[in-house]
Design a protein around this ligand. Structure first.
Ligand SMILES: C[S@@+](CC[C@H](N)C(=O)[O-])C[C@H]1O[C@@H](n2cnc3c(N)ncnc32)[C@H](O)[C@@H]1O
Length: 438
């Protein structure tokens, strides 16, 4: 096993420790360890193994506890994650077993855990000797079988009695790469041909998504033809549907109330010449909206502000369209962000639901008669979606739901829901409401 493979595995173990012990997001946790790796394949390995462990965490955690005589001292916690990476790899079965064990020992040494290298070796060898006995003890436990916390399994079972296990399994599959073509720059056909000419197996999705292309495998985005000229962006097909709910036309005055990092703001501006105000409560994240728009040659009025306190930033002129792409549990995008299942807690939900409701209440009066408000989340929980939508509709006067049966998703008692993996899409919810003239 060569050195880069050790580097990738060590980087994965270090990042996993940050996520699972310290609550950092995987993207943030990977930044430092990845920056120390020179080789692309090594960085890809670090990412792949981090994802594999997060999807398999209850099983590898249960196995390591059963296999070790006692847990390592606090200062040696990294050893848990070195073992987790090796156990996840052994369970995956993609590499020869001896190479995985040898590599784990090397990873421990390069991670400053030389004194635990013998223990790691012994634990992994014991697993290989007694594998079937250890694995059979795991078989009945749902948390271990699916790789999700119990509270989330219960919530999904309650909301989706016929679909919950398919949802959990979809969250463990690698998603395709969805691209959005900037049709101000070139046509989708031109983008498709350029990608194919560069050797990518780009496909047209079989869905009403006029700006979307699909790539079946991960690639380095910045190497794609047209990327540096602003011809392409990465955005899941489900998120791309949002502009269709908004029914945009040139000249409209639009509010994007939760705009960072600017994916949907950019899509709106690619579709129509709009007077767009982009708000976000987080000043640092708002800077990313400016960067996103600049890369694509687009512009909006970017304001830092709290969407539930328009009195602090609104100039008093009504909007023709309002997008509330609300902060949510992100339970619809777990296949892209497997850390979410461990970082989100059941106790986060009531506060999220209240924040979403406050935004809807505060923003509705800013909509012009005849205007459309779209509420969107990347959640699959009814409290944030269907129930939130119903509560909002009960409280708002002079409004009418726009159904959009022509768009992908399942009609709910209010709004439309896409479940993760359906049509290769992320889990997403949309509700479009028109304000009726009085
Ligand atoms: C789902 S993300 C938005 C994604 C964005 N629309 C896009 O397509 O790139 C939710 C955003 O809401 C912001 N946010 C959270 N609470 C907010 C509030 N009270 N007012 C405005 N923005 C808020 C977060 O900072 C985060 O950037």
């Amino acid at each position: 096993m060569n050195r880069p493979a050790v580097g990738g595995r060590l980087a994965a173990a270090q990042a996993l420790r940050q996520v699972l012990d310290r609550g950092q997001s995987l993207d943030e946790a990977l930044q430092l360890p990845l920056s120390k790796l020179e080789h692309g394949p090594d960085r890809a390995l670090a990412r792949r193994l981090s994802y594999a462990v997060l999807r398999d965490w209850p099983a590898v955690q249960a196995l390591s506890s059963a296999l070790m005589d006692r847990p390592p001292a606090r200062r040696d916690r990294l050893a848990i994650f070195v073992l987790a990476v090796a156990l996840a790899e052994l369970r995956e079965g993609r590499e020869p077993e001896r190479a995985i064990v040898h590599s784990a020992v090397e990873v421990a040494r390069s991670g400053g855990l030389s004194r635990l290298a013998g223990m790691i070796n012994a634990v992994l060898r014991r697993y290989l000797r007694e594998r079937s006995a250890f694995e059979s003890r795991l078989a009945d436990n749902e948390t271990i079988r699916f790789g999700y916390p119990g509270w989330l399994i219960e919530a999904l079972r309650a909301d989706w009695p016929d679909d919950w296990s398919a949802i959990l399994e979809a969250g463990n599959q690698a998603p395709p790469l969805w691209l959005r073509v900037n049709r101000r720059h070139w046509s989708r056909e031109q983008a498709l041909q350029a990608l194919r000419a560069a050797g990518h197996e780009a496909q047209l999705p079989d869905l009403p998504l006029p700006d979307a292309l699909l790539l079946p495998t991960r690639v380095r985005i910045s190497d794609l033809p047209g990327w540096s000229e602003g011809g392409l962006s990465v955005q899941d097909g489900a998120a791309q549907l949002t502009v269709d709910y908004l029914q945009l036309e040139d000249g409209l005055r639009v509010l994007d109330a939760c705009s960072a990092p600017g994916g949907k703001a950019a899509h709106m501006l690619e579709r129509a010449a709009l007077d767009l105000t982009a708000i976000d409560v987080d000043a640092e994240r708002l800077e990313r909206v400016g960067e996103t728009l600049q890369r694509l040659g687009l512009a909006a009025r970017c304001l830092q502000g709290d969407a539930s306190r328009p009195q602090d930033w609104w100039d008093g002129r009504p909007f023709d369209r309002i997008l509330v792409d609300a902060p949510c549990s992100a339970t619809g995008v777990i296949r892209r962000h497997p850390d979410i299942r461990w970082l989100r807690k059941a106790s986060d939900l009531p506060e999220l639901v209240e924040r979403q409701a406050e935004m809807l209440r505060a923003l509705w009066p800013l909509l012009a008669p005849g205007g459309i408000l779209v509420y969107a989340t990347c959640s699959i929980l009814a409290d944030e979606n269907e129930r939130q939508a119903r509560a909002f509709l009960e409280s708002c006067e002079h409004c009418e739901v726009i159904e959009h049966a022509e768009l992908p998703g399942r009609a709910r008692s209010a709004g439309r829901q896409i479940l993760p993996g359906e049509n290769d899409l992320d889990g997403f919810f949309h509700l479009a409401v028109r304000r009726l003239p009085v």
